[in-house]
Design a protein around this ligand. Structure first.
Ligand code: SF4
Ligand code: SF4
Ligand code: SF4
Ligand code: FES
Length: 308
């Protein structure tokens, strides 16, 4: 394998040829913010929050799609870089409902973290704002398009699941948003509620419905559990608060990112203190049903009752 040496903020770093500047910085323990970058899905290079300064390059390049080269000099927090990041954050906040106080992602939100890091308190730009209705028409995922920063991680993650591609970018310009086919609510789409999109969303645009109101991220203890329903060995996290297990979510970085609902629901039944009731889709709508009905055991149980 061949290597290249570059300096990042004056410190020499040697990485394998082909490494991005972002990964070289991470190797060296240097922080660079990212929204759209995800090591598990194809590069996108759209949000630009990861820009760095590299003397000799005309503009500030996005570090997540720029390859490190021999002798390169990289500056990750120069005045120009900080200014660019502040402008990006101001633009995002210009069209973002800043209801962090009640947002499910408070404490686990990159937009919030970066606004704090770069002291961006106000939108800085005034204009039309979005007012999309909340999509909580299904039992598992709440979608708030008003909080979406269009990083595309959910789309690329869903596209990576064989036979899915449930969501994509829709409309244009100011009206661009993440949509299902025909822009229907998620409950009317082919979504299988694997939740991978929720796990990768860096802001509060996607949230777990079963966990809504159950506690703040910093109040939750997390325990890794491995699903045993098939031989893929997907890793999930059991979240608990005050000694009570309140949720099971796919682990963001783990064995292949859990993708099946069977695993998560099975683990919910196994680990949760108050597992959620089952739902069945009846006439296109989810309806809460008994376990006997969900498992198709109603007739058998009725016969047993009659015999007893
Ligand atoms: S998505 Fe982030 S910045 Fe937006 S309201 Fe929620 S916590 Fe605040
Ligand atoms: S829950 Fe899974 S199938 Fe549904 S949109 Fe998200 S990634 Fe796609
Ligand atoms: S819903 Fe979340 S992951 Fe998807 S594009 Fe919007 S901010 Fe990104
Ligand atoms: S993280 Fe690099 S462009 Fe979005």
């Amino acid at each position: 394998m061949s290597y290249v040496s570059l300096t990042i903020n004056g410190v020499m770093v040697t990485v394998p040829k082909g490494t991005t500047v972002l990964n070289a910085a991470r190797e060296a323990g240097v922080f660079i913010p990212t929204f759209c970058h995800d090591p598990n899905i194809p590069r996108f290079g759209a949000c630009r929050i990861c820009v760095v300064e590299i003397p000799g390059m005309r503009n500030l390049p996005a570090s997540c799609v720029t390859e490190a080269t021999e002798g390169m000099e990289v500056y990750t927090e120069s005045p120009a870089v900080v200014e660019a990041r502040k402008t990006i954050l101001e633009l995002l906040l210009a069209n973002h409902p800043q209801d962090c106080l009640t947002c499910e992602k408070n404490g686990d939100c990159r937009l919030q973290d970066y606004a704090f890091r770069y002291s961006v308190k106000e939108a800085g730009f005034k204009g039309e704002s979005k007012d999309y209705p909340l999509d909580d028409t299904n039992p598992y995922i709440i979608r708030d398009a008003n909080k979406c920063i269009l990083c595309g991680r959910c789309v690329r993650t869903c596209n990576a699941i064989p036979d899915r591609s449930v969501i994509d970018f829709g409309y244009r310009g100011f009206n661009t948003k993440i949509v299902t086919a025909m822009d229907t609510p998620l409950g009317e789409s082919d979504c299988v509620y694997c939740g991978r999109c929720v796990t990768v969303c860096p802001v509060g645009a996607l949230a777990w419905k079963p966990l809504a109101g159950k506690g703040r991220t910093w109040e939750m203890a997390r325990q890794d559990v491995t699903c045993t329903f098939c031989d893929s060995g997907c890793v999930f996290e059991v979240l608990s608060k005050d000694g009570k297990n309140v949720g099971v979510i796919p682990k963001a970085s783990g064995n292949g990112r859990p993708l099946c609902l069977k695993g998560r629901l099975g683990l919910e039944l196994k680990y949760l203190d108050d597992p959620p009731p089952p739902y069945l889709k009846k006439d296109g709508e989810f309806a809460q049903v008994s376990w006997a009905e969900a498992l198709g055991l109603e007739d058998i149980l009725a016969k047993l009752d009659n015999k007893g």
